[in-house]
Write a protein that binds this ligand. Structure first.
Ligand code: SF4
Length: 703
């Protein structure tokens, strides 16, 4: 073998928000092997099965390789001209808010940056939202209410350093496996570490738990208000921290004082003893981390739930030091990077606010753009409702499959059917959403894309372009810049390499900042291509004061509110919006399985990954199965007011009675009638706009 033809490239996994580093062996221009990067601080050499199988999903089968209009292959020039003209005509006739971009946590930060710049600074609308709305927007809204900024306080070492790890609404063993391996090891090294898992169902994660609280779904705020009340009633409040660094405790206590142990236990449907054990462990352990995920965020009260978690950490002073803090974990590889560049309809670039005149003025001056959006645009669910109603007449969907992933799938299909112009950029040619595409743009994917992502602990890592784009595929940032220029916006989009975009993003983050805003990577301004190619994983902020990044936020007790104090938010426990009834007596919960990713458009290609669980299923308690004469392996019809799904029965004693669990992944290619999100109505959290995907009212019968 010619040794010169073999080399190693470092990149980042394209799947979950852990953001593991991957070493790729390249042999004669072919990717031949992947290993976890031993140097990457997210994984230190570990990979889960999805990451280690990434090469099996990376061949050219099923790739979209040519631009297409209707079903005809066209040149890039023709496709670009067609879309730019249609967008311009629509805007001229109906205004800027008649067009929209629906983007993705799969995009790299550089892609996201130019998409946001085009929509908000040049088209002049904020109608750009992302599938990350479905992932972590409740966590964002809660951080902003409490800290004045979207700042994740913790890092992964806190999970290992803590004395009490509370996993709330997370099946980390399957959804964030490498972090879960770090938890297992931490528990082995420190057997006194307490692990509490709060989840209505038994899962692979509950096997690590010293205490599993199988609470009634939707009762999290009662549980957490009870904890705040317990801290107060037992003089366990950190008075010094509360008086120096917070405000508003009285308001939060107003709500929480109603929640006695007995009342919480009754509402959450657990014993007083179980409840008190959790409260004691949290309060009396020197340190505690609450690790929370979609079980909290994907809720009609997701923002309140996250603030109820933060309230308890503020009251106990368990924040801003090693092993302490409320820690939201993102699902996607770059949900965090999207937040940084303003890829949400209610945010501006660099964590600035779209409805803040100073911020819009600052960003417009920096961009020197012809206009700037000044009001929030349509959030994901609302965006597709506006498409259906005709308010939005042209939509560009990038790197995501909303026909499967958004709630109320039948209505999403009607929206796409009715829309005069649907443009889809994707690496895959046959997603469910593609059925409605008038124009298809072939985009690059992992191993071809070149840029940065940010993981759940604020760590920016490089995803490196190793292979050239196949066929006619282009990088998303290039496609967006080409469309911008074809629309007549020449000045702001003359980027020739992703480093140009990243450098502008870094400069904007520090522009007139002076420590006022949390997201600041001005220490990377001026970065050149060689430095960018060598960029090592680093946690923002990266500034003069923190040239090597900052591991933990709020260690100085100062927050980003006007008073520099964190705010307690009084939260009232509310019932989930989608309530059970005689016609729909079961609660339906959804989630991920260990070996699949999102709507399976890539992981569905790997035999090794589909071997784990090959068919969609519904988990049901044995008593319910027996009452309905449903047996393991039979096909069941699960139905709600909004749709139905056909799935295999899995009798599971880890389910609570009258509650079902169905995984979210299957697309039409792998199971024609299993689209689970059709069962969910378009219910969203009123603050964050994140849809409820954990609590639908459904019925089930033998099929
Ligand atoms: Fe990839 Fe997440 Fe697995 Fe790490 S834990 S290898 S980031 S899927």
């Amino acid at each position: 073998m010619n040794k010169k033809a073999v080399n190693l490239k470092q990149t980042t996994c394209p799947y979950c928000g852990v953001g593991c580093g991957i070493d790729v062996t390249v042999n004669d221009s072919k990717l031949t092997r992947v290993d976890g990067s031993s140097e990457h601080p997210a994984n230190f050499g570990r990979l889960c099965i999805k990451g280690s199988s990434v090469l099996e999903t990376n061949d050219l089968s099923g790739r979209l390789l040519q631009p297409m209009i209707a079903n005809a292959t066209v040149s890039w020039d023709e496709a670009t001209r067609h879309v730019a003209d249609k967008f311009n005509q629509t805007i001229a006739k109906y205004g800027a808010d008649s067009v929209a971009f629906y983007v993705s946590g799969q995009l790299l930060t550089e892609d996201y940056y130019v998409a946001n710049k085009l929509m908000k600074g040049y088209i002049g609308s904020a109608n750009i939202d992302t599938n990350s709305r479905l992932c972590m927007s409740s966590a964002v809204a809660a951080y902003k209410r409490a800290f004045g900024s979207d700042t994740v306080p913790c890092n992964y070492e806190d999970i290992e350093d803590t004395d009490c790890l509370v996993l709330l609404g997370s099946n980390a063993a399957w959804t964030h496996p490498v972090l879960f391996q770090r938890m297992e090891r931490a528990k082995q090294l420190n057997p006194n570490m307490k692990v509490v898992v709060i989840d209505p169902r038994k899962s692979a994660t509950t096997e690590l738990a010293d205490l599993h609280l199988a609470i009634k779904p939707g009762t999290d705020v009662a549980l957490l208000n009870g904890l705040l009340n317990y801290l107060f009633a037992n003089q366990l409040i950190d008075n010094e921290f509360v008086s120096l660094s917070t405000e508003g405790l009285e308001l939060a206590l107003e709500q929480s004082k109603l929640w006695t142990l007995e009342k919480v236990a009754q509402v959450c449907d657990i014993t007083v003893q179980e409840l008190e054990t959790y409260y004691k462990w949290f309060a009396h352990s020197p340190t505690a981390v609450t690790f929370y995920c979609m079980g909290v965020n994907q809720s009609s009260q997701g923002t309140d739930k996250a603030n109820a978690i933060i309230n308890c950490h503020l009251a106990a002073g368990k924040i801003g030091s090693a092993g302490n803090g409320p820690f939201s974990i993102t699902g996607q590889p770059n949900a965090m990077g999207g937040r940084e560049v303003g890829g949400l309809a209610n945010m501006l670039a660099a964590h600035m606010d779209i409805e803040n005149d100073k911020h819009t003025d600052l960003v417009q001056r920096f961009w020197q753009s012809p206009r700037i959006a000044k009001k929030a645009g349509a959030k994901a669910v609302d965006m597709f409702e506006k498409v259906k109603s005709g308010d939005i007449k042209a939509i560009w969907i990038m790197a995501t499959n909303p026909a499967v992933s958004l709630p109320n799938g039948n209505e999403v299909a009607k929206a796409l059917e009715a829309c005069p112009l649907v443009v889809v950029s994707d690496c895959v040619d046959n997603t469910d959403t593609m059925e409605w595409a008038d124009v298809r743009f072939p985009a690059t994917t992992w191993s071809e894309k070149n840029g940065t992502v940010t993981n759940s602990e604020r760590r920016i890592s490089r995803q490196r372009g190793i292979m050239p784009p196949p066929g006619q595929a282009k990088h998303d940032w290039q496609i967006i810049c080409d469309i911008a220029k074809a629309m007549g916006f020449n000045r702001g989009f003359n980027f020739t390499h992703p480093v140009d975009v990243f450098e502008e993003h870094a400069r904007l983050s520090g522009f007139e900042n002076n420590g006022q805003r949390d997201f600041d990577i001005s220490g990377l301004a001026g970065i050149n291509q060689t430095q960018y190619d060598k960029l090592r994983p680093i946690q923002w902020p990266v500034t003069k004061d923190y040239p090597l990044g900052r591991a933990r936020m709020f260690d100085d007790g100062r927050f980003f509110t006007a008073s520099k104090k964190a705010k307690f938010i009084g939260v009232e426990a509310k019932d989930p919006v989608q309530k059970t009834s005689e016609a729909y007596p079961f609660v339906c919960n959804t989630g991920r399985i260990r070996d699949q990713w999102h709507t399976m458009t890539r992981t569905g290609k790997a035999a090794k990954l589909t071997a784990h669980i090959s068919e969609p299923f519904v988990a049901i308690h044995p008593d319910d199965a027996s009452a309905l004469e449903l047996v393991d392996g039979a096909i069941a019809r699960v139905f709600s007011e909004t749709g139905e799904s056909l799935v295999k029965v899995k009798v599971d004693s880890g389910q609570r009675k009258k509650e079902l669990f169905i995984p979210m992944h299957w697309n039409k290619q792998f199971a024609a009638n299993a689209n689970i999100n059709r069962l969910f109505a378009s219910v969203v959290d009123p603050v964050s706009g994140q849809p409820e995907l954990k609590h639908a009212a459904v019925n089930i019968e033998a099929y």
